[in-house]
Design a binder for this molecule. Structure first.
Ligand code: ADP
Ligand code: MG
Length: 479
């Protein structure tokens, strides 16, 4: 009886269909779509049912997570099935994909043409992976900044712990802390440390496959894979990764499917003993909009924070930079900068660059305190009074006679939507916040902010009275 059912393709297919719906209910749609939907039935011999899996990586995953369950359900439905065997069988791709062999070799050809002198500036991400899967990982990783090395990292009280942790991870052959989670406010050296780890590992062992990418890029890639129903290829990209670094994971806040995917990628790499390094602007526990289980996973390795700089570190960094650039920086000027520009290292470097550029433009004019104060006048004034997104929301809402709550609501009526777009536009113009950061203040994502900025720019050309109102608002806010 059971044999008959096996011989009858339809009923086996039917059974498989039923098993799939049951599994979908049990594991949820996302996990089902990612891992179980791609499975197809193969042949049946001697009580063994072959199930085809598109890749080896998926096969391992399915075996560890789902095979017992599939076996149990099936045995119940059809006792003739004694075993289940998962076989890797690549699916025929209907549309061109970077992951099929032809395109892969094409891509290799492109990337193996002589690299430009400065790979970093060229934007070509051919620097990270070094093994046979280069072409694949090129599409994942972003370039490393050659300046971001341990040698160029100045260590002080505020960052010594994070530095020591990063060095330890870079130097250990065995995975020591997993994940290493670095967090701090902006411009304090997280990205620098991550790149430094990558450079160090690459130098020690060029065969190790390091992927560094921002959480935004991870999301973008994943969403695109979903759109093209190509999540298998997406997962496959992580198969050969030895070290995965994901920068700025706070941007994953609120993106549930991406988080889920990240969680799976994360867990499977950890299980396989690969090193993971994460950065964010907050500690794992304080991350907003991140699922609890992911937060606790992120915090289960070593968590290291970088504190705001102190005067000594700022002096050290200025000294180091000046030396690197071969610039004579008078102590008085360095002290002035270190006292005034306390927000973060990126801004401190920006100020120094401005002073140097100015002196060079004036035919190698000597750097003096007067000149520095003069060159940085605007910058220092804006430090004294920084416009915040909260202030912008408040002022714009007042101006248009709506409440801040309405501005942040999901209402789309023009009387609310227009002021919201204007506030987004002004936030982009008047603060140094990134699009996702602005978006979060309005409970929107960064593409909405981008759209708002463009829209307001267009409107200002068409509508002079609106342009004037915005100008007035800008002056009030920027005063
Ligand atoms: P984050 O990722 O935390 O926002 P970055 O790593 O991008 O910050 O650092 C901002 C800038 O400051 C970079 O140019 C980086 O090289 C520099 N920087 C940060 N920390 C240090 C340090 N300890 N020594 C030297 N440069 C640093
Ligand atoms: Mg960074």
């Amino acid at each position: 009886m059971a044999e008959e059912a096996i011989n009858n393709d339809n009923s086996v297919q039917d059974q498989w269909g039923q098993i799939c719906s049951q599994l979908k209910n049990e594991v949820g749609e996302t996990a089902f779509d990612s891992w179980l939907k791609p499975l197809t039935l193969g042949s049946f011999n001697d009580g063994t049912m072959n199930i085809c899996v598109p890749t080896r990586f998926m096969r391992n995953w399915v075996i560890t997570h789902y095979s017992d369950r599939i076996h149990k359900i099936w045995e119940k439905k059809n006792p003739a099935i004694k075993n289940i065997n998962f076989v890797v069988q690549a699916v025929q791709e209907e549309r061109p994909s970077l992951y099929n062999p032809t395109c892969r070799s094409l891509l290799k050809k492109i990337t193996s043409t002589p690299a430009p002198q400065n790979v970093y500036q060229s934007g070509i991400s051919a620097v990270v992976a070094n093994n046979n899967d280069t072409a694949l990982n090129d599409t994942l990783s972003v370039p490393l900044n050659p300046q971001y090395t341990f040698e160029n990292f100045v260590v002080g009280k505020t960052n010594e712990f994070a530095y020591a942790a990063a060095r330890k991870v870079a130097e250990s052959r065995n995975v020591s802390f997993n994940p290493l989670f670095l967090y701090s406010g902006v411009g304090l050296g997280k990205t620098h440390l991550m790149h430094a780890i990558a450079w160090h590992i690459k130098q020690q062992d060029p065969s190790r496959n390091i992927v560094y990418l921002s959480a935004e890029k991870f999301m973008y890639k994943f969403v695109r894979a979903l759109r093209y129903k190509d999540t298998t290829a997406f997962k496959e990209q992580f198969r050969s990764v030895d070290v995965l670094m994901v920068d700025d994971v706070q941007f994953m806040g609120g993106k549930d499917t991406t988080q889920e995917e990240f969680f799976y990628t994360f867990n499977s790499l950890i299980e396989e003993g690969r090193q993971i390094i994460i950065s964010a602007d907050k500690s794992p526990a304080d991350l907003e909009g991140i699922e609890t289980r992911l937060k606790s996973r992120l915090g289960c390795g070593l968590v290291a924070d970088i504190h705001p700089t102190d005067f000594d570190l700022r002096m050290g960094i200025l000294n180091n930079k000046a030396q690197q650039l071969g610039i004579e920086l008078p102590v008085k000027v360095a002290e002035f900068l270190a006292q005034k520009i306390t927000s973060n290292i990126r801004e401190l470097e920006g100020a120094l660059r401005r002073v140097i550029a100015h002196s060079q433009l004036l035919n190698d004019h000597e750097i003096t305190l007067d000149m520095t104060q003069d060159v940085l006048k605007d910058m220092l004034r804006s430090f004294d009074k920084r416009t915040t997104i909260d202030e912008i929301q408040k002022k714009v809402a007042e101006h248009f006679n709506i409440s801040v709550k309405e501005m942040q609501s999901s209402r789309r009526a023009r009387t609310v939507a227009r002021p919201r777009q204007i506030a987004m536009y002004l936030a982009k113009q008047l603060t140094s916040r990134s699009l996702p950061e602005i978006g979060r203040k309005f409970d929107r994502d960064h593409t909405t902010v981008m759209h708002a900025v463009r829209k307001v720019e267009e409107l200002m050309v068409e509508d002079t009275s609106l342009a004037e109102s915005i100008e007035t608002l800008r002056r009030v806010l920027d005063a």
